[in-house]
Structures are given as structure tokens and as C-alpha cells.
Design a protein around this ligand. Structure first.
Ligand SMILES: Cc1ncc(COP(=O)(O)O)c(C=O)c1O
Length: 471
């Protein structure tokens, strides 16, 4: 039988708030029913003071995103925070979705649990060529609710109580709570910038792992390493040499590589995205994750996928079957048709995967130019749709921005920037483990996947800021 906890055993703030609320409910009942039996009151009190949340949520129930996403809704703020395009997906994708909702009425019904067959088929053939594998749509592909769903399913399927998961920071922030919820232990290793010449802009390619430090993170308990290339928030695209190092350590220590490649089409300056699953000996131990939201600029569709060997995917299917079971059919049909179109145009100037990075690179260059004008120092990203920018100068000039004394500087800076400059970004310390937040608290992240009108609105705000800076 479940043990009832008494108030003395429940120290957390959440618990106390729950108790106050529960007590108020009892009081209300009491006044309505007159002399309510004391015994009943006592037992009700005990029943309602059980620890409500599962222990796997301990330590992860506060999420700073909630606060920062809310800030973006303040009046007259240009939102360059959360990562989504504010322009429409390509016409062929929108038409595919319209066709899915108005065509075959059976697309209103459940489809196959592991993916709508035309989608698993085209994903197998499209990515089979890219990854150099003969991909079986039934065994090597799983369709999920966005890349988020793919990540969650992977962690639940592979990470056991006490297993260690190596996370390269700064990292897409859900990797840590997903490891913890699976009972695993996150082990962090930081990308560090090499010093740049005076006046020179830093580049995300200068941010590297120390090979000795990385090797030291692998132990007999290491179950998985999570890689994200192109990386959010830094925009780093891992080079072949860096991937070879990660691959050789994964093989040496028998570790699974979960690779989040949702921004694979968004690479700039002639840079090349390399999937780690294509390196010798890696397909067998790699889960490659993708997102239609990022691929077709339609983040609300929430269609994602995982590709990998059957030996790994069979465990993800068990989780999927016992949790989500089916993903929405119409979105999958639209993504299938969009990939079919892209397969026909692959590598040609008419391909969305060719046109998109060219257009987004212009947005990146526009934003970098504008940020520099007020003394911010963007780190040039080679991929993704984010860039981080160095705010060290502000940290030394305005160290005492409002906020709690222990609140990382970048969070106070973003709140100040929203309120006084009308510009929204995301503090980079959110993407770091708590012990390392101080190392990264002089950076903020901007999303440049924005319409020209948004970038112009940003320019107006920055111009005002620049005028204030003039002596
Ligand atoms: C690195 C990374 N992985 C996964 C996701 C989630 O993708 P989806 O919207 O398909 O769930 C995001 C979204 O921002 C991301 O930045």
C-alpha cells in the first residue's frame, strides 16, 4: 500500500502550497456541512497531503522557459527568442496539408502505429540515400510527435536507472530533464571558444571540445551520448574530425549515439552537414532524429522521426506503442508528400533544401550586422537558425541590473532588454548545467529565422538603442 506522508515529511514549497489549498477546501466543506466529523477531517487532511508529483519530477519542475516565453508577449516587443519562423511554409507543403485534410476521408482516422506508410516509405528512401543504408520503412523508421517525441522515446527506451548520458553543452535544454526522467545521470562536457584576435568576430566553429576532457567523461556506466549538429543554441556544425572523435569514443566504450539533426538543412558559408551515422561502424549504434517542423518551416505540425538499426528501434517502438501509439495522420500525409516533392528536386536550384539556407543566411547576415551596431558581439553561426551574442561589455558596464543576486547575468540582461529596448532573446545559461551557468552567463541567443518585416522592426529598436548610446 502507498505510504501516506505527513506534513513533517514534506518540506518542499510546492507541497506547502498544495497543503494550504487543500486545507482551504476542507474549511469550505466544513462550513457547508456544519459539524463535520473530526475523524473524517483528519483523514481527508492526510489523504490530500500525499506527495503528489512522481519523484522523477524532482528538481525539474521549474522551467525558466515559461517565464521567458511569457516575456515575449509583452506589448511592442520584437520576439527574437523562441525558435520558429514567422513566415509561411513553402506553398507545396501548405498545399500538401490542405490536400490531406480535404482529400481521402480515411486520413481522419488512425494510421499505422509506427508511422503512416507513405511517410515511412519516403523517409526510408530519402534518408537511405543520404545515410548510405538500405533502410527498411518498417524496421528502421519510427514517426513521432516532433523531434521532442523522438528524443523522449529514445531516452525512455534506452536509459536505465543510474546510466550516464554525456551531454555536450551548451545544449538544447530538454536533454537534461529527459535523462533525469528516465533515471539517468547527465554528464556534461562543454564546448569552449578558442581566443580570437582583437576585434575579430568569434565563430561557432572556434567552439570545440577538448578531446582529453571528452574522453574522461566516458565510464563503464555511460549508456549514451547526445549530439546536436547543427547545434542549438550555438549554431555550431560539427566537423568530420570532431565527429570521428565522438564516434571512436562511442565505439570504444560501447555507447549509443543519439544525434539530433533537426537543423541539418540549415547550414551556411558552404559548410557541410555530416550525419554521424554515415561514419564507419556508427549506423549500428546511432539514432538519427529529424523534424518536419524545422525541415519545412512548419513547427506547429509536430511531425518528427527517428532512424536507426532495428536492434535499437525495436525498444523505441515498445515505448511508442505504450505511450503515444499513433501520431496524427494528416500531418504525416502532408510531410510524406512534401518529401516526395523534395526527392524529385533534390540538389537542384528548385529544391527547398537548397533555397531555404540561402534565404536564411541572408537573415543571419542582416541580424549580425545590426547587432554589431550597438556593441553586441555575435558569434557567427555555421548552421541552425540561432546565433549567440557576447554581452560581456554590458556585464562590465552595467553589472547591477535588477534581479535576484544569484540570478545569472544573462537572464537579468534579457529582462532588461525586453523592458527597456523592446527586444526579446533567450539567455544562454538556460542551455547549460547549473554548475556551468556562470561560464555562459555573458551570452544571449537570438533567432534569425524571421521575416524581413520582423528584422526591420528589430533594426528600428536597435537604431533607437544606438542613438541612446551616442555621447
Ligand atoms: C535541437 C532541437 N531538437 C529538437 C527540437 C524539437 O523539434 P520539434 O519541434 O520537431 O519537436 C528543437 C526545437 O526547437 C531543437 O532546437
Amino acid at each position: 500500500m502507498m505510504k501516506l506522508e505527513t506534513a513533517a515529511e514534506t518540506p518542499s514549497c510546492l507541497k506547502i502550497t498544495d497543503m494550504i489549498r487543500d486545507y482551504a477546501v476542507i474549511q469550505a466543506l466544513d462550513s457547508q456541512l456544519g459539524s463535520f466529523c473530526a475523524f473524517l477531517r483528519l483523514s481527508l487532511w492526510l489523504v490530500m497531503t500525499k506527495q503528489l508529483q512522481a519523484r522523477r519530477l524532482d528538481g525539474i519542475d521549474h522551467n525558466p522557459w515559461v517565464e521567458f516565453v511569457k516575456l515575449a508577449s509583452e506589448a511592442d516587443v520584437v520576439n527574437l527568442g523562441q525558435g520558429f519562423p514567422d513566415f509561411p511554409p513553402p506553398d507545396f507543403a501548405v498545399e500538401a496539408f490542405q490536400h490531406a485534410i480535404s482529400g481521402d476521408f480515411m486520413l481522419n482516422q488512425y494510421t499505422k502505429a509506427f508511422g503512416y506508410p507513405p511517410l515511412t516509405k519516403i523517409l526510408a528512401s530519402f534518408f537511405g540515400k543520404l545515410l548510405g543504408q538500405d533502410i527498411d520503412p518498417l524496421k528502421n523508421v519510427l514517426v513521432t510527435v516532433g523531434a521532442y517525441g523522438a528524443l523522449f522515446t529514445a531516452f525512455q527506451a534506452l536509459v536505465d536507472e543510474g546510466d550516464e548520458v554525456i551531454i555536450i553543452e551548451p545544449f538544447f535544454d530538454c536533454y537534461e530533464p529527459m535523462t533525469l526522467m528516465a533515471g539517468g545521470r547527465p554528464v556534461f562536457v562543454s564546448l569552449k571558444p578558442s581566443p580570437n584576435q582583437d576585434g575579430e568576430l568569434d565563430s561557432s566553429s572556434n567552439w570545440q571540445l577538448d578531446p582529453t576532457e571528452l574522453a574522461s567523461k566516458f565510464t563503464s556506466r555511460t549508456k549514451a551520448l547526445i549530439l546536436n549538429t547543427p547545434n542549438n543554441p550555438l549554431g555550431k556544425v560539427f566537423s568530420r574530425a570532431e565527429l570521428e572523435l565522438v564516434a571512436s569514443l562511442c565505439q570504444q566504450h560501447d555507447v549509443v549515439c543519439i544525434t539530433d539533426e533537426v537543423y541539418q538543412w540549415l547550414v551556411y558559408d558552404g559548410c557541410q552537414h555530416i550525419s554521424i551515422a554515415t561514419l564507419p561502424g556508427m549506423w549500428e549504434r546511432t539514432l538519427t532524429i529529424g523534424s518536419a517542423g524545422k525541415t519545412f518551416s512548419a513547427t506547429g505540425w509536430k511531425v518528427g522521426w527517428v532512424l536507426g538499426p532495428d536492434s535499437l528501434l525495436r525498444h523505441l517502438r515498445t515505448v511508442h506503442q505504450n505511450s503515444i501509439f499513433h501520431c496524427p495522420t494528416q500531418g504525416q500525409a502532408a510531410v510524406a508528400q512534401s518529401f516526395e516533392r523534395e526527392q524529385l528536386h533534390f540538389g537542384q536550384p528548385s529544391s527547398y533544401f537548397v533555397q531555404l539556407p540561402q534565404a536564411v543566411q541572408r537573415c543571419r547576415d542582416h541580424m549580425m550586422q545590426s547587432l554589431k551596431s550597438v556593441g553586441l558581439k555575435p558569434v557567427v553561426p555555421q548552421g541552425s537558425y540561432f546565433l549567440i551574442t557576447d554581452i560581456s561589455e554590458f556585464k562590465s558596464k552595467m553589472p547591477n541590473l535588477p534581479g535576484a543576486a544569484d540570478e545569472p547575468y544573462d537572464r537579468r540582461f534579457v529582462k532588461w532588454m525586453v523592458k527597456s529596448k523592446g527586444l526579446m532573446a533567450i539567455p544562454v545559461s538556460i542551455f547549460c548545467s547549473v554548475p556551468h551557468q556562470k561560464l555562459f552567463d555573458h551570452y544571449i541567443r537570438f533567432c534569425f529565422m524571421k521575416d524581413e518585416s520582423t528584422l526591420q522592426a528589430m533594426d528600428k529598436k536597435l537604431q533607437k538603442w544606438k542613438d541612446e548610446l551616442r555621447p
